[in-house]
Design a protein around this ligand. Structure first.
Ligand SMILES: CC(C)(COP(=O)(O)OP(=O)(O)OC[C@H]1O[C@@H](n2cnc3c(N)ncnc32)[C@H](O)[C@@H]1OP(=O)(O)O)[C@@H](O)C(=O)NCCC(=O)NCCS
Ligand SMILES: CC(=O)OC[C@H](N)C(=O)O
Length: 177
C-alpha cells in the first residue's frame, strides 16, 4: 500500500532523526492522517473496525496531548506542530499546506454553530494565537503569539494583537487562493 504523501510531507517538516521519540505532536498528526485515510476506504466491515479503533486513539491523543485534530477538518500536507497542549482545530476548519501551529492555538468558530476560518498555505501561528469565525487567512501569513484574529488577513501579511491588527503587508499582494 502506498504511503500517504501528506504524511510524508508532514514528516519532512519534522526534520530530525526519530521524531516520534522527540516530538509528541507528531503522534497527533499521525492519528489525524490515519483517520483521513480510513475515511477513504470502501464501506464495509474493515472500515467499520478501523473506524472503531481510530476513535479511542483520537480521544487518547486529545486527552493526553491536548491536541485536537478532528479527521473532518481539511489540513494540507506538511503540517508542523511545535509543542503541545490546548491546540484545538474545529472539525470544519480548512488549513492549507505547510502550516505551522504551536501550543495553545485555536482555529474555531466565534459563536456556537457559526462559520469557521479558512487558512491558506505556509501560514505560521504563534503560541496561543486564536483565529475565530468565518475569516480567511491568506498564504504566507504570520499570526503573532497571543493574537485574537477576527478579520481577514491578506496574503503575506503579519497580524498581531487582540483583536489583531495587520502590522505588515507586502506590496503587490496577490489575491488569496
Ligand atoms: C508576529 C511575529 C512573527 C512578528 O515578528 P516580526 O515580523 O519580527 O515583527 P516585529 O517584532 O517587528 O513587530 C512588529 C509590531 O508588532 C508587534 N508585535 C509583534 N508580535 C506581537 C504579538 N505577538 N502580540 C502583539 N504585538 C506584537 C511589535 O510590538 C511591533 O509593534 P510596533 O510596530 O507598534 O512597535 C512575532 O512577534 C511572533 O509573535 N512570533 C510568534 C513566535 C512564538 O510563538 N514563539 C513561541 C515559541 S514556543
Ligand atoms: C518554546 C520555543 O521557543 O520553541 C521554539 C520552537 N522552535 C518554536 O518555533 O516554537
Amino acid at each position: 500500500m502506498a504511503v500517504d504523501p501528506h504524511w510524508l510531507a508532514d514528516l519532512q517538516r519534522y526534520a530530525m532523526r526519530r521524531p516520534f521519540l522527540k516530538e509528541q505532536s507528531i503522534w497527533a498528526v499521525w492519528v489525524y492522517r490515519l483517520g483521513r485515510r480510513i475515511d477513504t476506504y470502501p464501506e464495509g466491515r474493515a472500515k467499520k473496525i478501523l473506524t472503531a479503533l481510530y476513535w479511542p486513539l483520537f480521544r487518547c491523543i486529545e486527552t493526553v496531548l491536548g491536541i485536537s485534530l478532528p479527521k473532518s477538518a481539511l489540513i494540507g500536507p506538511g503540517l508542523r506542530i511545535w509543542h503541545f497542549g490546548g491546540i484545538f482545530i474545529h472539525p470544519s476548519a480548512v488549513i492549507g499546506a505547510n502550516c505551522t501551529l504551536r501550543q495553545g492555538v485555536t482555529i474555531g468558530n466565534r459563536h456556537e454553530d457559526g462559520p469557521v476560518p479558512v487558512i491558506g498555505s505556509n501560514v505560521e501561528f504563534g503560541a496561543y494565537a486564536q483565529v475565530l469565525g468565518g475569516v480567511r487567512i491568506g498564504d504566507h501569513c504570520r499570526i503573532g503569539a497571543m493574537s485574537v484574529v477576527l478579520c481577514d488577513v491578506p496574503n503575506g501579511a503579519t497580524a498581531v494583537g487582540a483583536p489583531a491588527r495587520i502590522v505588515y503587508q507586502p506590496d503587490n499582494v496577490a489575491p488569496s487562493s
